[in-house]
Design a protein around this ligand. Structure first.
Ligand code: GTP
Ligand code: MG
Length: 168
């Protein structure tokens, strides 16, 4: 009971990776939208989980909007980075965006990676995504990667639980 601690998160990752779908599933049932559409610019979403009050900047992953991501780095407690584990072709694009993020985010806040779309045949496992994205090179902050299926809502809670532990 009592006042819940507020935490601010930015949710990044390429367009179509599943950011909005994941965030939608974390909201209370009555606050969820039936149809998720591509994000324009960004939107601010709030929900309670693990005794924390989350305020999430749900960023558009479209190329023309990715330059907005960095404008939030000063104001946040953690990053959630969503990878489309089935999109092998654009994995290097995702890695480039991650490398930029790691360079520009100066406070060394924790990063939770979701290797999303584990339901799709041929998708890369969380470990394989970690290898392709070079997560082993990250030495300056805590991070974790969890495989998810946002349509069936599997794995997301495991990741959020880890993140909450980092933020509490
Ligand atoms: P932008 O807002 O454009 O950056 O995209 P986004 O990352 O927010 O992706 P969004 O949540 O809009 O999802 C894109 C598409 O992927 C939608 O059709 C989702 O239903 C679908 N999707 C999301 N998660 C999964 C998943 O785990 N498995 C499958 N098969 N499809 C998914
Ligand atoms: Mg979106």
């Amino acid at each position: 009971s009592g006042k819940k601690k507020k935490v601010k998160i930015v949710c990044c990752g390429l367009d179509n990776s599943g950011k909005t779908t994941i965030i939608n599933s974390l909201k209370a049932k009555k606050a969820q939208v039936a149809d998720v559409t591509p994000t324009v610019g960004f939107s601010v979403e709030e929900f309670e989980k693990e005794n924390l009050l989350f305020s999430v900047f749900d960023m558009s992953g479209q190329g023309k909007f990715r330059n907005l991501w960095e404008s939030f780095y000063d104001d946040i407690n953690a990053v959630v980075f969503v990878i489309d584990a089935a999109d092998r072709v654009r994995m290097t694009v995702a890695k480039n965006e991650l490398d930029l993020l790691l360079e520009k985010e100066k406070k060394n806040i924790p990063i939770l990676f979701f290797a999303n779309k584990q339901d799709i045949q041929g998708s890369l496992s969380a470990q394989e995504c970690s290898d392709v994205m070079g997560l082993g090179e990250i030495k300056d902050r805590s991070f974790n990667i969890v495989g998810t299926n946002a349509l069936k809502n599997t794995g997301i809670d495991v990741g959020v639980k880890w993140l909450s532990g980092e933020l509490n």
